[in-house]
Design a protein around this ligand. Structure first.
Ligand SMILES: *Cc1c(COP(=O)(O)O)cnc(C)c1O
Length: 395
């Protein structure tokens, strides 16, 4: 049985270091905001090139904190892809604002800049239709959350240009792309504000929940202070004591133990990102392009390969491939079987099937193969062999 992701192989490598660092926390006893938390923030800033890093309790809170700091709330529209994990839109809803769903590029599966701009202008000019339901009328466009789906950085130059021209903030949801890069710049330092997650299955995963917000530019000191306050119950940051509360905030701190674990994992992380490239290259060379579309990383980008997702010709061929792989002891998963605009939670917005055609087409045909740094070359070959034996589509 090949594991979908293999945390055991990684643990065997780092066990001594993880135990040593956890022991140190148990000894000093500063379980909340201990020194490891600040050491990790510094390490993450060095690694990504971001000016400031604020660790927090999850990737979801890493999205919510900057939205709160920017004053996003009721009556505001934030443009998000529909083809993503629910947290991207959920963070918007938690502020009282409304997510407006944007279609994706069929190659990178990330927000399509042309579709984004069309929907911004349609909302601004009050042009409603199936792709922009009447329920959104009157909302004020405020910002964009772009998602680096499966580990590939989205088209930040184009998206930021659109954001700039329409006066909208851009947040990069880099929950799946920590370790990736675009034109030599690291993920989490591509947009003015970026967020990531340390959920165990993400490229840099802890042994529990965690996340971080990244500010690319040193001039964003004020935003950083505001987010620091929001992280801990809106406390005063001007040297007041912690029982001086100046705004509504959260309890969104990263545990010291998680920070200690992540510091151990950072030691081998760059090498693991390289190992993921080898696995991905093995898949790309072995998958029959006449039967399945392997992911294509745009020139100048390096993926963090959070997922290795391929497209089948149709839903039937996907089901057959998943069955065949399962019978051979190879697990697969579908990210995401139901796009957010068609989820019950967003039914009241009134999006109809067909309103985001590329998203809906991909959700019917996509599935992910096992992907982790420790996947052996022989396993990659075997997975591709079983995948390619597609009798349904045999010519
Ligand atoms: C995992 C994920 C999140 C949320 O992260 P959590 O740490 O689970 O809260 C947000 N956005 C995307 C794209 C994700 O994959």
């Amino acid at each position: 049985m090949i594991p979908f992701i293999d945390l055991k192989a990684q643990f065997a490598r780092i066990e001594a270091d993880v135990r040593r660092r956890m022991d140190a926390v148990l000894s000093h006893g500063q379980f909340v905001m201990g020194p490891e938390v600040f050491e990790l923030e510094k390490r993450l800033a060095e690694f990504t090139g971001a000016a400031k890093v604020l660790s927090c309790s999850s990737g979801t809170d890493a999205l919510l904190i900057p939205l709160m700091a920017l004053g996003v709330g009721p009556g505001d529209a934030v443009f998000v892809p529909s083809f993503t994990f629910v947290a991207t839109a959920e963070a918007v809803s938690l502020t009282g604002a409304t997510p407006v769903f944007v279609d994706i590029d069929p190659v990178t599966f990330s927000m399509d800049p042309a579709d984004l701009e069309r929907r911004i202008e349609d909302l601004r000019d009050g042009r409603h239709g199936p792709g922009l339901p009447e329920s959104l009328a009157g909302l004020t466009p405020r910002g964009i959350i772009a998602v680096d789906l499966f580990g590939i950085p989205c088209d930040y130059p184009a998206i930021q240009n659109i954001g700039y021209r329409h006066g909208l903030f851009v947040i990069g949801d880099a929950a799946q792309s920590f370790g990736a890069s675009l034109q030599g710049r690291k993920s989490c330092a591509l947009a003015r504000i970026s967020c990531t997650s340390f959920f165990p299955a993400k490229p840099l995963g802890g042994y529990g929940d965690g996340g971080a917000v990244f500010l690319r530019d040193a001039v964003d000191e004020e935003l950083y202070d505001l987010m620091t306050s929001i992280r801990v119950h809106g406390m005063g940051t001007g040297g007041q004591d912690k029982y001086t509360n100046v705004r509504v905030g959260l309890n969104a701190r990263l545990d010291t133990l998680q920070a200690a674990i992540l510091l151990a994992k950072m030691e081998i992380f760059p090498e693991e990102i390289d190992m993921r490239q080898t696995v991905a290259a093995g898949y790309a060379a072995a998958i029959d392009p006449d039967r399945f579309t392997a992911p294509r990383v745009p020139a100048g980008s390096v993926s963090a390969w959070a997922q290795y997702s391929v497209l089948a010709r149709d839903a039937q061929s996907r089901a057959a491939a998943q069955e065949r792989l399962k019978a051979a002891g190879i697990p697969t998963a579908v990210y995401y079987p139901k796009p957010l605009h068609l989820q019950q939670v967003y039914a009241s917005l009134g999006y109809a099937p067909g309103s985001l055609p590329v998203t809906e087409d991909c959700s019917r045909r996509i599935f992910s193969l096992p992907m982790h740094p420790y996947l052996a070359e022989s396993d990659v070959r075997r997975i591709a062999e079983v995948l390619n034996a597609d009798v349904l589509n045999a010519d």
